[in-house]
Structure formats: C-alpha cells, structure tokens
Write a protein that binds this ligand. Sequence first.
Ligand SMILES: Cc1ncc(COP(=O)(O)O)c(C=O)c1O
Length: 465
Amino acid sequence: MTTDMNSAEFRRFGHEIVDWIADYLENNRGLPVMPQVSPGVLEDALPAEAPEEGEPMERILEDFRTLVMPAVNHWNHPRFHAYFSVSASAPGILGEMLTAALNTNGMLWLSSPANTELEMVVMRWLRQWLGLPESFFGMIHDTASVSTMHALAAARLAAEPRVREDGAPRDLVVYTSEHAHSSVEKGALALGMGQKQVRKVATDAEFRLRPDLLRAAIAADRAAGLRPCCVVSTVGTTAVTSVDPVAEVQAIAEAEGLWHHIDAAYGGPAALLPEMRWMLDGAERADSLVVNPHKWLFTPIDLSAFYCRRPEVLREAFSLVPSYLRTGQDARAVNLMDYGVPLGRRFRALKLWFVMRWFGRRKVERILRSHIEWARELAGEIQADPRFELCAPTPLSLVCFRLKAGDEENRRLVDRVNESGEAFLAGNVLGGRYMLRLAIGHVRTTREDVWAVWERIRRLAADPL
Ligand SMILES: Cc1ncc(COP(=O)(O)O)c(C=O)c1O
C-alpha cells in the first residue's frame, strides 16, 4: 500500500501549484488587496470536523481557490502598504519549498550539518552587508520578538549571574524609548520581569530616544537602589521609523555597564546603503542586534537574524543538554539549541541564501534605495497638498500623514482606501491624533504603484468623508 502521495501525482500537483504561484505573483495587482469579508466567513464555509477518508487534491485546491483565497489579505501584493510592507520574493519562495521538502531539524550540528553551516554562512554574509564586525555571532530566530527576548535574557544574566539558579531578580531595569516595539516589554514579561522593570524613555521632536533622559532615568533608578541592566535602542521604530542615536546610547551603555541591544528589525537592511550606514554607527560595539530579512529583505516570513557579540552569555543562559542530545565537542560543530529556547530549528537559512545569491548586494541596494526615494518624493507631494500634513519625518520608506481634519475623517479615509481594494493601509495614533501610515517595501512595488495609490487617496479625500 502506498502511504504518501505518489511521485506522479506530486509532480502533477506540484507543477500546477508552481504555475499558480507564478500567475499570482505576476497578476495579483488585479486582486483587491484586502478582502471585504466578515468574521467567520471561512470558518463557517468549511466542515466542522476533519475528513474520515482522504480527499482528492483537486477538491482541496478548488477549496483553496474558492474559499481560502477570498479571505486572504494580500501581504505579498505590491500595494500592501500597511504595517511594514514585506515580500516573499520568487527566489525566497523557491528556497522555502526546498526547506519543506528536506524537513531537516537543525537543533544540533549533527542533526543536520547543512542547516547549521548554511546558517553560519548567511549570518556572516548579512553581517558583512550591514557593516558589523566579525565579533558578532549570528543565528536565526522566527521573529524579532523572540530575538529580542533572547537579548534580554542574556542581558539579565550578564547583570546577575545567579539568575539561572535563583530565577528573575526584581531589581533589574530595562530601558527603551516610548516608541520602542511592544516586543521589548513582552520579552521582559516573558522572562518574569514586571512592567515596573521596563522604563520607556521619552523621545525628541523627531521621535528619537533622548540620551539625556536615559541618563537621568538610570541615575534615578540607581539612587532608588535598583540595578539598570539593559538598554534597547531602535533603528526604524514601528510607528514612524525614527532612528535612535545608537552611538550615544552605546556610550551610555558602556559608561553604565549596561547591555545594549539594537532593534533594527525593519530599518536594518537600509544600512546596506552607504548613505544610510550612519544609522548603525556605534552598533559595532553593541552587545546584540536584530534585523528581520522577512521585513525588508524580500525573504518569506519567518526569518529574523539575531546577532550577539557575547554568545557565551547566551549559552550560559540557555544551555541545558539532555543526555540524548550530547555529542562529542568539536569547536566548529556549533549546536544552535545551546543558544536559545527552541530545540527544533527549521532550515530557514536556505531561503535567505537563495535571496542573497539571486539578488546580490547591488540589486538589493537599488531596490531599497528606490523605496526610500519614493517615500521621500511622496512626502514632498503630501506636504505640497494643502489638504494634508506630514506627521513625522521620512528617514526610511514609511510616510506618516493625515488629512487636516478630525480623527474620524482620517479613519474613514483609511477605510475607503481599503474598501476600494486598490491598496491596504493601516492607521495609527501618534501624539493622540490618528494618522495614516503608507509603508513602501514590497520587492515588486513600482513608482507607478505608489503614485496610483496616492492619486486614489487624493480622490477619496475630495469626496465628503
Ligand atoms: C521595530 C520592530 N521591532 C520588532 C517587531 C516585531 O517583529 P516580529 O513580528 O518579527 O516579532 C516589529 C514589527 O513590526 C517592529 O516594527
């Protein structure tokens, strides 16, 4: 009896699916980005129980096309401008397919040497692209949230070596800006720290962490008998892509003996561009850094690159090897399970390797540079239109703006854009006022796309809202 699908069938459906993906990537501009569906639409359309007997692949694919697809919000669409615009490029998709086929688990070097070694290779390549020194050890996590949690765990252990035996001390304090991503606070919570142990330092007029206030907060905590242990700066904040003064924060971290983690989840790839390298000045001396190729480096979700200059601290925090996983120690045989929480590790490096090789540094630079240029050009257009105002500077590829009207009108404008299907935007509240965020970052987005979306926004804003 054959158990799995036979190879003739696999080939047939595999080719059909690859053809479908190629058509989707080429033609999805014609699809409404955000489906107009109500909650429950897919759940109610599918059987409440799993099938007793297997079903033919034709039926499964038919349901995918007719039931699943209409409920998909098309993140991999050139006019998806909400949150941060991400992309699964074609080479990245091919790499991901092979990862699924091999199904290796890189918990140890021995459990699949290719996983660990390719991970070391791509992490080295990416480190070089970012201009970081060799002293950074790199490994892959699923998300920046998990990378940052590991940084906080290492920072805590560096400050209090007894944490492994005794658990979380109550007097350690983590600092970040009021615009940091919630993953910093969540990471602290996951490690058993309380919200009282996370300080959110105020920012300047351009939403960057204020070093003077950081210094003051550290001094106040020391005076109160607390122990500052870590500062997290952000290169490309979620709300407005502001870039914290990394070198100044680094100098404070050194003077105060704090771990410095840099969250460059979205903004990091732009440091490839010589004209944007300033963002990471000082990062070469930081303790850890995260950058997400699954955000702005054309790699299918999920792939977060986590760099740490003190991997021995990560090991100290997490190494706990059951006897069935003990292997002879060879200095080159890195066992990545020793450096973090997950034991099982997908072969994520493969898709990033495909992306880096297929695009190469020059093409990546050209694409990122055009995203930044279009964002700045669009910011200029918005400023020139008397009905609109910019809400923040545009250092990277996100434009934050609003109609000079009430929050309700701005919210309705976002809804109308999304209902039109032509683009998908997400709003946000900044300084108590609702604003529109238009993120540019998809590998297939063109200048014409950005302009078509802007035209649509202008036309919708001309009607009563
Ligand atoms: C600056 C920043 N850091 C961290 C994250 C979290 O990323 P992830 O979804 O990979 O956990 C985000 C998400 O958008 C982000 O914008």
